[in-house]
Write a protein that binds this ligand. Sequence first.
Ligand code: ATP
Ligand code: MG
Length: 623
Amino acid sequence: MRQSGTRPVSSLKVYLRLLNYLRPMIGMFAISLLGFIAFASSQPLLAAILKYFVDGLTMPSGSTFHDIPLLGRLDLVYGVPLMLILIVIWQGIGSFFGNYYLARVSLYLIHDLRRTLFESLLRLPNTYFDQNNSGHLISRITYNVTMVTGAATDAIKVFVREGLSVIFLFGYLLWMNWKLTLVIVAILPVIGVMAGAASRKFRKQSRKIQSAMGDLTHIASETIQGYRVVRSFGGEDYESERFRISSEANTSKQLRMAKTGATFTPALQLVTFTTMAVLLLIVLLLRGDSSAGDLVAYITAAGMIPKPIRQLSEISATIQKGLAGAESIFAQLDETPELDQGTMELDRVSGRLEVRNLSFSYLGSNQQVLDDLSFSIEPGQMVALVGRSGSGKSTLSSLIPRFYQHTHGQILIDGVDVEAYTLRNLRSHIALVTQQTSLFNDTIANNIAYGDLAGVPRAAIEKAAEAAYAREFIDKLPDGFDTLVGENGVLLSGGQRQRLAIARAILKDAPILILDEATSALDTESERHIQKALDHVMSNRTTLVIAHRLSTIEKADVIMVMEQGRIVERGTHAGLLAANGQYAKLHAMQFSEELAAEGSREPETDLSSSLEHDNNFRPDTPA
Ligand code: ATP
Ligand code: MG
């Protein structure tokens, strides 16, 4: 498994790219910024008001805001409490606008990122899914994105609010007594160095945590999906151990991160309060001619500085977590999407399919899966592919709709290279039933009419189901076509699932039909029925059928026998039998097996398939 998203990129670059997503929300962002400016400006005001309070205490009668132009004549006894309330209201308004509008910005950012990630999944090539495990892909959308919110909301909030608070407080301090203030300035580099060291550590640890989170999701989802295998093969201990190890690794990584944070904060406290102590000492020793009010206000303002500084230093953890998340998100977004360089779009092709000298090996493997294949199928013809497991049949069928990029040879539809079509148009000409049926957790009708087919009239869906011999079981379901099939169709039997997949392909009515083991899970009788229906469907289109059961392909115009990526024999059923080669051998073997099985199996198959319907879908009938 390749773990993308772990190569170090410059933090600033990643952060700027992240902030770029905020651009459309610049207005809301500005409102929130103004709010935080208001909030921060209230900080020194709170300290300043103390000066007048203390001055009022020492000289109770007749004191006014003598040195402030507008308030010059206001009596301190009423003025100080009034000003305090006004300052706090000012602070509250600022706080509301700051927080609310920033939350809006960040929530939209999350939404944006999640969607962009998901959209990229829809466009990434098959190889990306082969090489990245689904747990990591999922946790990137669910977990990493929330980490990014941290960097986008919390961090910016703290940065703006506390940063401005520090600036305003410093401004006030400088204005009050610049010499004393220089003492405070002297510790800033110390804090900077400490924060820098901690943030590098945070980011490294956070990256590890996110990867561990992906592992955890991966193991859990594998076990959930494979729970039948887990149970029947006694995999409980193995899975439980695997999960424990992964969860423990996650915990210890989180703990290490917490430790970094927990050490950092008190260390910083120590530095700042030592400075405070020095400050107090200087104030006490060298009081000069300042009034008590001035000194109290100064010390209060200085005392207000460590808190925003500490919060500022803590955001580096949040930012680093967010950056690690953003990094892996951007790495996915930067993956090259499926190559879609073609421009040709045809409403309908006639379906002539030609393969010329096609060779293929999967990315990162040097096994030649397809080796110099050439053949062509005329519209209305049926070509069958047979051959041993692993000989490359499914690979060939997935190259036609360009699920993978071939590098040698050509595939042509109606004489035009498949690469000349747009991907969407190319795929609209092909109906493919794959070896693994994929159903969605939706109704039967919506599963048959999926994607581009959504919205076709019910009658058409019913007709397709009929042709796929699926009516037989659908009508017995409690809600008929509106029955939910469960995740990936778990509420249906394997054969029922296959019939829905076939119905989907029939409904698509594409000129090229590819059936990869499409009826392998069906009993002989259902298969015969479908075969009859398919004969009708195939009559006017190009069909490529892959089958292990040779009885289903006897009528094929051409049968091609594949072995290790090569076509080793081709001809009609009769011709190949007469030639007495590979095909004849395979056929003789299956024929004798089937004869032996037919006699004993047939009644049993019928019984089990009718029982299965009763069990699954009639919970209301007494057993
Ligand atoms: P079966 O009859 O069992 O379905 P098949 O003829 O369809 O077999 P393919 O699925 O085409 O065989 O596989 C051909 C070869 O390609 C196998 O050796 C397999 O290991 C390899 N292969 C298949 N899919 C991939 C993939 N996604 N990535 C890498 N190698 C693959
Ligand atoms: Mg296959």
